[in-house]
Ligand binder design. Structure first.
Ligand SMILES: Nc1nc2c(ncn2[C@@H]2O[C@H](COP(=O)(O)OP(=O)(O)OP(=O)(O)O)[C@@H](O)[C@H]2O)c(=O)[nH]1
Ligand SMILES: [Mg+2]
Length: 204
């Protein structure tokens, strides 16, 4: 694979690589988020939504959605300072949640993506990360036409710890997604303790 920057310390020579999860309820924009920010063509496992899911999958707000993630999304983002993130998007539908433990293995943190019109859909993801002690940020995906709420209001409604960042974002915009990821990295570093040495990258 050709890289734009093949110099030492460049895009193909990261100093630290971290695994990040992107989770949340059905159709909140996880696949869109990974695709918007990935510097490689993202791996997707989309399958068509069929009539069998009607009555089970709530399409409110995403009526034009025609596919759903059945295994995971995968993308990659390298920051200029050599920090590389491997992004793993989870499937949103509850019937696929049995895979989350496998996908979460080794993750340093997670983005819980929320649609403010149906906040309750991200409770499952929040419980999952709280129980496993995995640091997470809540990213409120601002869908067109949805009422805007302050981060504090969203935090209160979700009943999450005051230290959990709540970041409004537009998952279609790369810069917006990067802000979410930076908030997560800062939280993960804080959680790990500033004194911890950063992990060395295995050769590859
Ligand atoms: N208007 C608008 N549409 C969005 C936004 N984010 C995502 N979408 C659309 O909403 C739909 C859902 O996006 P996906 O990225 O497939 O959602 P997902 O969370 O991966 O869905 P599942 O994998 O099925 O759980 C798609 O049709 C997107 O184009 C947004 O910020 N604004
Ligand atoms: Mg998806």
């Amino acid at each position: 694979m050709a890289y734009e920057n093949s110099e030492p310390g460049g895009a193909d020579d990261p100093r630290v690589a971290l695994k990040i999860l992107v989770a949340g309820g059905f159709g909140v924009g996880k696949t869109t988020l990974v695709g918007a920010v990935s510097e490689i063509r993202p791996l997707r496992t989309e399958e068509d939504l069929t009539d069998v899911g009607s009555g089970v999958d709530d399409l409110t707000g995403v009526e034009r959605k025609t596919t759903t993630t059945v295994a995971m999304d995968f993308g990659r983002l390298t920051f200029a300072d050599g920090l590389r993130l491997y992004l793993f998007g989870t499937p949103g539908q509850e019937r696929f949640w049995f895979m989350w433990d496998e996908i979460a293995f080794g993750a340093v943190g997670a983005v819980v993506l929320a649609d403010t019109r149906r906040l309750e859909d991200c409770f499952g993801a929040i419980d999952f990360f709280e129980h496993r002690g995995i640091p997470f940020v809540v990213a409120a995906n601002c869908f067109d036409g949805a009422a805007r709420h302050s981060p504090d209001d969203i935090r209160d409604a979700l009943d999450i710890d005051a230290k959990v960042p709540v970041v409004p974002c537009d998952v279609r915009r790369r810069e917006s997604v990067k802000e979410v990821l930076i908030a997560l990295i800062e939280l993960a570093i804080q959680d790990a303790g500033a004194a911890q040495p950063t992990p060395a990258l295995p050769p590859y």
